[in-house]
Each structure stands twice: as structure tokens, then as C-alpha cells.
Design a protein around this ligand. Structure first.
Ligand code: N01
Length: 551
């Protein structure tokens, strides 16, 4: 850190880099920057590290990527010393891990907690960003890195009468830090995505009655969570070099698993059913990777969807409830597939009921009830598992002004535009980690975070060596990338679902498939090639005007 005289004549702190957010992306970015001798300041609105795992403390919250893989790979010592207790880590353990990382690498001294970045503006003359935070201070930075997370802007829906409800209203994405006790309470749960599906079984065990209000039935696969044995951990640790390499370079989703070599219709019905049954028993996200065309061809996808619908009918005893729980509105996997523990069986409990709010939307929330089709469902507490303004929501909350004072929100009015998901034209020296246009939420996030952080770190070193002051996405390169991201998505079944990937859960948000679905291995190669060609498609600037990078 150094001090500079600001335009108002006051002394401002100045850093090489300001990082926004101290989740897994912000923490690793800080660690790399420090190692390379850059001065850095991290601002975090929460009171601690961990990002999404700091906020999402709802009952049953756990990761849907196996813990041995949902962990940093940058430090051999770290990955050898940390003991994950379960196949899928529960939220408190992931948060403990994040805190361990912060302590182990002494990160906290450069993180300012409980501080939001409110606005940041690029000073074209001085080639730095002014960053203003919620404590009213402004600092300067040559670079800003948005490590704001993709699923950190919890969204309470605008339901008529919600403000009149007399009981507590919780959001899974912004859960209280103290214990919430539902004993003897009638609880209403709105939303049946991953968060609702994970929390329903736990709430049902505690509450007097749980009423689940379902707008869209969702596909969910059993997690088959279990304690990890010492042998399982050792096997992972021994094979980490290959597991990590595979996750980065080969797997489409950044997860080490066997890869499908055939399509669903290449097998006979019996063989196919046997494979689905095997994956169902094994549990977890890899259900969708039994065949290589489930995300591409509807006829193939239908075979997997039918299998899961059949399982729901087997598990849920009341046929009417089973029918309501069977998803029919989208191909399986085109909304983020859920991973659960006893979700469907929860509807066999006498204290759980399901209300269809697709056929009859919620009319109103009264002081003590949720009214649907003229009937009041009495509840003492409400849990909103209604999701996030994903991928762009957290960025949109910051007033970001680039060249000519243009705001990023204005530029992204019709959908996010980036080059490689890393930068947006007109916003020099502003990097985004796992932003729209990168594999991001379609992948094991930590794999994608590490790739972006390493790429940005290399890029900053390159600029320092070359004496470059600015870097920004070229408009042509950005347009081509946006078109490519769209084209790849259109070749899949994903745009057929009203998912948060498409921005469809936010009224008025443009319907654009936001993440890059080409796979993390392919994407990494593209990013590496761009860098190897002297950051092709980016504009580098020494003096007043940026110049096209070598191509
Ligand atoms: O949110 P969601 P989430 N009235 O958007 C419904 C990650 N994650 O928090 O589908 C009534 O998926 C909405 O209905 P519909 C994971 O990537 C991971 O559950 O829009 N209902 C839907 O049912 C995940 O995908 C983990 O028709 C309304 C639900 O609320 C992502 O976070 C755990 C409504 C929202 O589902 C988001 O998951 C948790 C309204 N006005 C989350 N508005 C793991 O790692 C919305 N809904 C396991």
C-alpha cells in the first residue's frame, strides 16, 4: 500500500489491486498477489471469509461436489493436511476450511470485513480505479478484481402481502448466524431448487408441520452421503496429481470421474436401465455423465428423465403427491440437478404436505398463512428458498463506471457481455472471476476459480514486465466470444429450461444463457492460447491510447 494525493487534494491509500469479496476466489487471489509482490486490499461485506458458505447456513446445506474435489489444489501441504469428514462436506465444515485457509496463509491482515464496495470508477487520465466503500472511504487501485461470487445475491420474491406476515421470514441464502429452532412450529417452505430440496428433510424432522410450496418440480439424485474413511482420503491424496490434472484439463465440469464413451440410445433398454440404476445407487452429480448425449439430445435425455420420474413414483407413497413431484417442464440437467438426502421420502411423513403453486400461484401471504386457490395454509414461519440473482446480481449492486463514465449495468442491460468471462470492453483493468461467459457455475467452482486467479496473476506479471499500464477486452473479440458462448449453448438442451442460468428466475432479466458450456478443459486451452499469443483480443496500453495486443 502507498499513499497518493487524490484529485480532491486529500491523501488516498493506493494499491496495485483491490479485490472485491473474500470467498474462495478472493482469498486465493489475495494469496497469489502477495506472492508476486503486488499490494492488495480485499473488501468483504460479510463478517468473515467463505463467501457463499458464509451466508448459506440453512439446515442441510452442503456442497454437491465431493469434498475431496471441492477444495483448493494450489497448496500440496494444504490438500494433504486437511481432513474432510464426509463425502459431501456440510456447510459448517466448508466454512471451517475457509477459515483455516485464511489463517494458514495469514490472509486476514489484508481483508477489511463488514465493508461493501459501493462504487468504483476508472480514472482515464490517471489510469486507476477509485474505489469507494460503505465506510465512506475511497482508495485507488491500478486493478480491480471482482471476486463477488455467482450465487451470493439472495433474492426474496415480490409476493403480495409478504410484508404483512407476522412470523419470521428466512432466506436460505442469507440465513441467521444463530440457531433457528422450528420445534412445534408450522413452517412454509417456498422454492424447490437445491436449497429447498436440501433443507426440507431437516426442517420436517424438527417442525410440527412443513408445507412445501412448489412452483417447478425438480430432478434430484440421492447424494448417498457418508463418512469418509481414512483409506478413501489416502487414496485421493495419493492420486491427487492425476485427479487434479484430469479435473482441470479433461473433465467438462471440473470433476474427476469416468467419462462417458457412448450415447444413451447406443445401449439396449436393459443395459441402459442397469446403468442408471447403478448411478442412482452410487449417488451424486455424475448421474448425468453416464452417457455423453444427455445434455444434447432430447430422446436420450428423456430416458434419464423417465428413470428418475420412475424412482420418484417408487419412493413417494401417495400417487398424487408423487405425480406432482415428477418434473415434466424441462429436460433433466438443464436446471441445475439437485443432490439430496431423503427429499422425496420426506413427503411420506405425516407432518409434510405439498402444495402446487404452478397450477395455482400464491395469491397472497396474510399475517399467518399462505393463500393458494382460496385456501389459507396456516404457517408460523416462512423459509424462502427462492434462489439468487445469479452470476450478474452481485456485480450489478456495485456502481461500476468505466471509460466515458459508462456503467457496467447499462452496458449489460441486454445481457452480460465479456471476453472470455474475464473482462468487459470499456472497463480497463477490471477483472471478473468466474463471470458470465466462463464455465463458472457449470463446473466445480474451485477448479474454475483457481484457473481464473492463475490466469489473472500471470497477466499482471506480464503487464509489469512489459511496463503496460492498461489492459481491456477488445470489442471485436468480445462480440465474437459472446456469439460463441451463445452458439455453444444453443447446440444443447439447456436453453429449453427456465433456469437461473438463463436469468429466467428474475422478472425482467434478459434471457441469455450466461455460463460458457464448452467445458473447463476446452476453455482453459482457449485462455492459455490467448495468453500465449500476447493476450490476443485484449488491448494493452502504455500511454494515452490502448494498442491492439500482438496476434
Ligand atoms: O435456488 P434456485 P437455490 N414463487 O433458483 C422457486 C447452488 N446451490 O437456492 O423453478 C414461488 O435453484 C423456484 O421456482 P422456479 C446450485 O448451483 C448449491 O435452490 O423458478 N417459487 C425454485 O424452485 C443451485 O442451483 C447447493 O419455478 C419461487 C426455487 O424457488 C443454486 O445454488 C445448495 C419464486 C429457487 O431455486 C441455486 O439454488 C444450494 C416465487 N416468486 C444451492 N421465485 C449445493 O451445493 C423462485 N421460486 C448442493
Amino acid at each position: 500500500m502507498s499513499s497518493v494525493q487524490s484529485s480532491s487534494g486529500q491523501t488516498a491509500e493506493a494499491y496495485d489491486v483491490v479485490v472485491v469479496g473474500a470467498g474462495f476466489a478472493g482469498m486465493y487471489m489475495l494469496h497469489r498477489l502477495r506472492g508476486l509482490g503486488f499490494s492488495a486490499r480485499v473488501y468483504e461485506q460479510g463478517g468473515g471469509v467463505g463467501g457463499t458458505w458464509y451466508w448459506n447456513r440453512y439446515p442441510g446445506a452442503r456442497c454437491d461436489v465431493e469434498s475431496m474435489q471441492y477444495s483448493y489444489s494450489f497448496s500440496e501441504e494444504l490438500q494433504q493436511e486437511w481432513d474432510w469428514s464426509e463425502r459431501y462436506a456440510p456447510q459448517p465444515e466448508i466454512l471451517k476450511y475457509a477459515n483455516h485457509v485464511a489463517d494458514r496463509f495469514d490472509l486476514r491482515r489484508d481483508i477489511q470485513f463488514n465493508t461493501r464496495v459501493e462504487r468504483t470508477a476508472f480514472n482515464e487520465h490517471g489510469k486507476f480505479w477509485s474505489v469507494t466503500t460503505s465506510d465512506g472511504r475511497t482508495v485507488e487501485a491500478k486493478f480491480v478484481v471482482l471476486a463477488t461470487g455467482c450465487l451470493s445475491n439472495a433474492r426474496k420474491p415480490d409476493i403480495k402481502g409478504l410484508e404483512n406476515f407476522k412470523g419470521p421470514v428466512y432466506h436460505t441464502g442469507n440465513w441467521p448466524h444463530e440457531d433457528v429452532d422450528f420445534t412445534d412450529l408450522r413452517v412454509g417452505l417456498i422454492g424447490t431448487g437445491s436449497s429447498g430440496i436440501q433443507s426440507a428433510p431437516i426442517i420436517a424432522e424438527q417442525a410440527k408441520h412443513l408445507t412445501v410450496f412448489q412452483r417447478t418440480a425438480n430432478f434430484s439424485i440421492p447424494a448417498r452421503n457418508a463418512a469418509l474413511t481414512g483409506e478413501e482420503r489416502d487414496a485421493f491424496r495419493r492420486d491427487y496429481p492425476e485427479i487434479r490434472r484430469f479435473a482441470r484439463e479433461v473433465a467438462r465440469n471440473g470433476i474427476f470421474a469416468e467419462q462417458p464413451d457412448r450415447g444413451a440410445l447406443d445401449d439396449s433398454d436393459d443395459v441402459r436401465l442397469g446403468k442408471y440404476a447403478g448411478r442412482w445407487e452410487r449417488g451424486g452429480l455424475t448421474f448425468m455423465y453416464v452417457y455423453n448425449n444427455l445434455g444434447l439430445e432430447r430422446s436420450a435425455n428423456d430416458t434419464a428423465a423417465d428413470f428418475v420420474r420412475g424412482k420418484i413414483a417408487e419412493i413417494v407413497k401417495n400417487p398424487e403427491t408423487a405425480k406432482l413431484l415428477q418434473p415434466n417442464s424441462h429436460p433433466i440437467g438443464t436446471k441445475r440437478i439437485c443432490i439430496d438426502t431423503d427429499y422425496f421420502a420426506t413427503f411420506n411423513r405425516p407432518n409434510v404436505s405439498l402444495v402446487d403453486i404452478k397450477a395455482n400461484p400464491i395469491e397472497e401471504i396474510t399475517a399467518s398463512a399462505v393463500r393458494v386457490a382460496g385456501k389459507d395454509h396456516e404457517v408460523d414461519a416462512l423459509v424462502m428458498a427462492t434462489g439468487f440473482d445469479a452470476m450478474t446480481g452481485s456485480v450489478a449492486k456495485i456502481d461500476i463506471r468505466g471509460r466515458g463514465g459508462q456503467t457496467l449495468n447499462r452496458k449489460w442491460e441486454e445481457g452480460p457481455k465479456t471476453y472470455l468471462g474475464l473482462m468487459s470492453a470499456g472497463f480497463p483493468n477490471l477483472f471478473i472471476i468466474t463471470g458470465p461467459g466462463s464455465p463458472s457455475v457449470l463446473s466445480n467452482m474451485i477448479v474454475s476459480i483457481e484457473q481464473h486467479v492463475d490466469w489473472i496473476a500471470d497477466c499482471l506479471v506480464h503487464m509489469r514486465r512489459q511496463g503496460l499500464a492498461t489492459m481491456e477486452a477488445g470489442r471485436d473479440a468480445e462480440d465474437k466470444w459472446v456469439a460463441h458462448v451463445n452458439e455453444v449453448a444453443q447446440g444443447t438442451l439447456f436453453p429449453q429450461a427456465n433456469s437461473w442460468y438463463m436469468g429466467a428466475n428474475i422478472p425482467g432479466k434478459p434471457r441469455i444463457f450466461m455460463p460458457y458450456i464448452g467445458g473447463v478443459g476446452v476453455y482453459r486451452r482457449i485462455c492459455d492460447e490467448v495468453a500465449a499469443k500476447g493476450y490476443e483480443g485484449f488491448l494493452m496500453g502504455r500511454a494515452e491510447q490502448p494498442q491492439a495486443a500482438a496476434s
